[in-house]
Design a protein around this ligand. Structure first.
Ligand code: NAD
Ligand code: GLY
Length: 362
């Protein structure tokens, strides 16, 4: 097992990464203050891992909530089911919530923990690659609104993150690829050496080679933890973790939550950001080809949906947490391995990117 740290002063916490960690009481016990534990999972993950995961909490009163599965259920309405369970079972302020699932369960459980009785503890047990490399780390929690992705939420750090790599065995290929999108992101924004490693080792990741996957998870978490430690609440540098997300969130919202997976939309979005970065004169044609190749090799879509017009994109991109004083701010690439957050991009060039990427029929 590898243990990494997220260094946030009194809110610091460990990330445990390894094979067969589910059910390990020694990992969770030091992070639980009270006697009550609520495990939140969904109808896909619970039959696979709930029984095993529960073993870690044998010493506590354990209740469970099983939510419907899917991005379209990441809503305030469904969140209520978690509050209902907490109140029905009289959970107190020392209780601990446990998120057992992918990023949807992690974000929702985290937000429930952030808001129940003005904030209680929670533990992340991410079971998708995407959630192990990204969403379980850093404390962003929340739900979607019909008009905008992740628009309702809070920063609330977990007490620990337990990434059991063996849970990835049951993940389907599409979900694995979606997770790889966020892994590629770290290489593109500030870890060029990792980007090169990914170019060489993508086949191993797709073949679920344990050593390669563990290395990618560890390096991604290390990269993310570094950025989060510098800027926990995204006053500045943390925004680079959103490479491809302004385009991607527009695709997710525009197509209807769940049609495009988050990682798929981010993958295409990163390519659109690279395209615009080339039009800005920052990346070379060869750089963009390399981004295109790696996204394609990861099994991710490389073009935005043809059904979304440029106007539709612009309308949705204006509903983004990076917007300031009505101005869209984008994460672009100065070079491979170096991201910038800027509002000083040429809007005509953005239009060209939107046109160039709408070439696939649905
Ligand atoms: P997800 O939670 O929808 O999980 C994907 C699918 O895999 C679901 O059907 C789920 O039930 C299933 N699943 C989960 N674990 C499994 C397993 N081990 N075996 C088989 N199936 C399994 O999606 P995701 O890709 O994990 O996360 C995407 C969400 O995360 C989005 O809502 C996105 O906005 C959010 N996100 C948040 C952050 C953050 O910093 N908080 C960062 C990135 C993404
Ligand atoms: N996924 C972006 C962030 O955590 O900031």
């Amino acid at each position: 097992m590898k243990t990494l740290g997220v260094d946030l002063g009194e809110r610091s916490y460990p990330i445990y990464i390894g094979n067969g960690l589910l059910g390990n009481a020694e990992l969770v016990t030091p992070h639980i203050r009270g006697t009550q534990v609520l495990i939140v999972s969904n109808e896909t993950v619970a039959p696979l891992y709930l029984q095993q995961a529960k073993k870690a909490f044998d010493a506590y009163q354990v209740e469970t909530v099983i939510l419907p599965d899917g991005e379209k259920y990441k809503t305030l309405d469904i969140l209520y089911r978690i509050y209902n369970a907490l109140l029905e079972h009289r959970f107190d302020r020392k209780c601990t919530l446990v998120a057992l699932g992918g990023g949807v369960i992690g974000d929702m459980t985290g937000f429930a923990a952030a808001s129940y009785q003005r904030g209680v503890d929670f533990i992340q047990i991410p079971t998708t690659l995407l959630s192990q490399v990204d969403s379980s780390v850093g404390g962003k929690t929340g739900v979607n609104h019909p008009l905008g992705k992740n628009m309702i939420g809070a920063f609330h750090q977990p007490c620990c993150v337990i990434a059991d790599t063996s849970s990835l065995d049951t993940l389907d290929e599409r979900q694995l690829s979606a997770g790889i999108a966020e892994v590629i992101k770290y290489g593109l924004i500030h870890d060029y050496e990792f980007f090169q490693w990914l170019e060489t080792n993508m086949d191993k990741l797709l073949a679920r080679d344990t050593e390669a996957l563990t290395y990618a998870i560890e390096r991604s978490c290390r990269d993310k933890a570094k950025v989060v430690a510098l800027d926990e609440r995204e006053g500045g540098i943390r925004a680079i973790l959103n490479l491809g997300h302004t385009f991607g969130h527009a695709i997710e919202t525009g197509m209807g939550y769940g049609e495009w997976l988050h990682g798929e939309a981010v993958g295409t979005g990163m390519l659109m950001a690279a395209d615009l970065s080339q039009r800005m004169g920052w990346l070379s044609e060869h750089d963009v080809e390399r981004v295109d190749d790696i996204i394609d090799k990861a099994g991710l879509p490389t073009r935005a949906p043809a059904s979304m017009s440029g106007e539709h994109f612009m309308e949705l991109m204006a509903v983004d947490k990076k917007v300031e004083a009505g101005k869209i701010r984008l994460v672009l690439l100065k070079q491979l391995g170096e991201a910038v957050v800027t509002e000083a991009f040429d809007h005509n060039l953005l239009q060209q990117t939107l046109i160039a990427h709408r070439t696939i029929e649905e």
